[in-house]
Ligand binder design. Structure first.
Ligand code: GLN
Length: 510
């Protein structure tokens, strides 16, 4: 029996389109039909552009028929987080203030998808301006975790992760400022990669915290993520922080999965109290599997990681307060109260008052305070010093080992509503992911099983030194392989493990 289109990997779909076994049009139609069937329950998408998707698919099929060469992911559908500018659709950042904003240029990442003939299905939901860990701060309502629709799909990129887990798309783009690719991947049983800072272009990505933001690939398998990584990463002269070096050999690493002799450091500070037992258990098992695969396991202490969260919640809001100053109702986006009776200042105040949600306002206020002349040294300045100490912890750790590992997030998916009124509890979802953003290194989350207590996915975080992104894929591939041997699927294609009804059963399963 052939695998149904929805369950096939992006690598497999691309190969089938290249050989003519499938057309890009039928692949695209299949995913659009799945979106139609399940997205009213999942709410992964803010906008779907079926017409343009099919147009692209037809162009790919025509190219093939004409014998033109096709790229490694040509004709494969993809969902894009609504923080990246894409001409022809609104780019909202999940905010009322940009509700009807239509960008006039494409983000570099989006342009590379287009140039490589990927089929963009639409834009996915996110927390407002990517602030959050659950999609609940989205002005357009939350997304739902396909494993349990009453639970969060992670955030801020919960739309992208939910789209993957609900088989609405085989690939997606996310952005990660403090964990928004890795934490959603963790709680939905998918793969999420935060490339080295400067590895992917931020050009055309709506800025939240410019020194931390990084777009990256989201997928259901390690190889699929690597294929997408190679398409979107690499130097961009339009982004002054883009690194002018070759992209690390991620696809080769994903296909090898050889971890023999690799030194893997388990971070002491990222575990123990506050971590769910099932998360700890699956994490320890994954470490043991990597050891069986030939890696050497060492324990590493990074003493300043305990200050990462407070440092992040000063630096990030500081940058937010500056980046979000541009939404003044004058240049683009929402404008409220422009009726001739109000002054410019009043229009700005009304626009920002009505356009921003609570979390955005909270961070603008926090950031403005941290940057104010009387408190700059005490708050922002101290946080920057902590940032340096964390970077030094990483340097010392990477002198002892090739990669660091930890759980991706302390718990499995929590319930929608559970943490909305408790920002500190919400912020803790990024306890393990934030250090990598502060230091700018490469980091990923890979599925490593289901927590026995609730049957929900657990994520395994891998961290590599800057521009050693290939090591993430090497470890991810080794883990994926070991889990396939153990369970017949690392909860990826593993339909039996997908404890939800969003994927129609195959004939064999009926
Ligand atoms: N959840 C974190 C925050 O709210 C991270 C967000 C992100 O990575 N975009 O800031």
């Amino acid at each position: 029996m052939t695998t149904p289109i929805l369950r096939r990997t992006a690598a497999d779909l691309a190969a089938a389109i290249r050989t003519g076994e499938l057309t890009a049009v039928e692949v695209t139609e299949t995913f659009l039909a799945q979106i139609d069937a399940v997205d009213d329950q999942v709410h992964a998408f803010l906008a779907v552009d079926g017409e343009r998707a099919l147009e692209t698919a037809r162009r790919v099929d025509a190219k093939r028929e004409a014998g033109e060469p096709l790229g490694p992911l040509a004709g494969v559908p993809i969902a894009v987080k609504d923080l990246l500018s894409y001409v022809g659709l609104p780019t909202t950042a999940g905010s009322r203030i940009l509700e009807n904003y239509r960008p006039v240029y494409n983000a570099t990442v989006v342009q590379r998808l287009i140039d490589n003939d990927l089929v963009i299905l639409g834009k996915t939901n996110l927390d407002e301006f990517a602030m959050g860990s659950s999609t609940e701060t989205s002005a357009f309502g939350p997304s739902h975790n396909p494993w349990d629709l009453d639970r969060i799909p992670g955030g801020s990129g919960g739309g992208s992760s939910a789209a993957l887990a609900a088989f609405e798309a085989p690939l997606a783009i996310g952005t990660d400022t403090g964990g928004s690719i890795r934490q959603p991947a963790s709680v939905t049983g998918t793969v999420g990669i935060k490339p080295t800072y400067g590895g992917t272009s931020r050009f055309g990505v709506i800025a939240m915290a410019s020194s931390l933001d990084q777009p990256g690939p989201c997928a259901r398998t390690v190889e699929d993520a690597a294929l997408l990584h190679e398409v979107i990463c690499g130097h961009d002269p339009l982004d002054s922080t883009s690194i002018d070096q070759p992209v690390p050999p991620v696809l080769e690493a994903a296909r090898s999965g050889d971890v023999r002799g690799m030194r893997i450091g388990v971070v002491t500070e990222l575990g123990g109290e506050g971590y769910a037992p099932g998360v700890e258990q699956r994490f320890q098992e994954a470490v043991a599997l990597l050891q069986d695969a030939g890696a050497e396991i060492v324990e590493v202490s990074c003493p300043h990681f305990v200050y990462a969260l407070p440092a992040y919640y000063l630096i990030m809001p500081a940058e937010v307060s500056s980046n979000l100053a541009r939404y003044d109702g004058m240049r683009y986006g929402l404008r409220v109260g422009d009726d001739g009776a109000n002054s410019v200042e009043q229009v700005m105040t009304l626009t920002r008052g009505q356009g921003f949600g609570e979390e955005a306002k909270r961070r603008i206020i926090l950031g403005t305070y941290a940057l104010s002349s009387g408190y700059y040294d005490a708050y922002y300045g101290s946080a920057q010093k902590v940032r340096t100490l964390i970077a030094r912890d990483f340097d010392a750790a990477f002198a002892q080992c090739d990669v660091l590992v930890s759980p991706s997030t302390p718990t499995t998916a929590f319930r929608l509503g559970e943490r909305v009124d408790d920002p500190l509890a919400m912020y803790k979802a990024d306890l393990c992911t934030i250090p990598s953003n502060l230091a700018g290194n490469a980091s990923a989350s890979f599925p490593c099983g289901l927590a026995p207590e609730d049957g929900l996915p657990v994520g395994f975080q891998v961290i590599a030194p800057p521009m050693a992104d290939d090591r993430l894929y090497r470890v991810g591939a080794a883990l994926e392989r070991a889990l396939v041997q153990r369970w017949g699927g690392p909860l990826l294609d593993g339909a039996p493990l997908l404890a939800h009804s969003l994927l129609a059963p195959t004939d064999e399963e009926k």
